[in-house]
Design a protein around this ligand. Structure first.
Ligand code: 5GP
Ligand code: ZN
Length: 111
């Protein structure tokens, strides 16, 4: 498995090579606003490392996946989604995934 994929749009966003409206970043992950929001707040949380989807995840990735969820929860709170929100992970062609770099959607309406 490669660390980054030179053809992957989300790897390019994580590297700062193409622009996105960032909401958060740290050494493991980046969060940014979806370019076609389906809710008043629509964030995407991605690992810096290129993992194509949950289909490629291994047991050793559990700490990273936990971190992504914790970041999603904190960003939801910070964006006013205090009454609740939806999270979604589309996985594989059969799961409706369009961008093959693992991402967590965070969708909601600020209170
Ligand atoms: P998927 O169906 O793979 O779960 O969703 C991919 C999401 O990425 C879509 O909601 C789409 O609007 C978003 N997206 C695709 N390309 C870009 C981009 O270049 N920048 C941003 N910010 N979002 C993107
Ligand atoms: Zn990637």
């Amino acid at each position: 498995m490669h660390h980054t994929d030179p053809h992957c749009i989300f790897c390019k966003i994580a590297a700062g090579d193409i622009p996105a409206t960032l909401a958060y970043q740290d050494d493991q992950c980046v969060a940014f606003h979806d370019i076609h929001p389906k809710a008043p707040v629509h964030l995407l949380v991605i690992p810096r490392r290129h993992i194509a989807s949950l289909l490629e995840v291994e047991a050793a990735d559990a700490p990273l996946l936990g971190h992504l969820l914790a970041v999603a929860a904190r960003l939801a709170r910070e964006h006013g989604l205090t009454a609740g929100y939806k999270t979604q992970i589309n996985t594989g062609h059969a799961g409706g995934q369009e961008v093959f770099h693992l991402h967590i959607h965070v969708l909601g309406q600020p209170q």
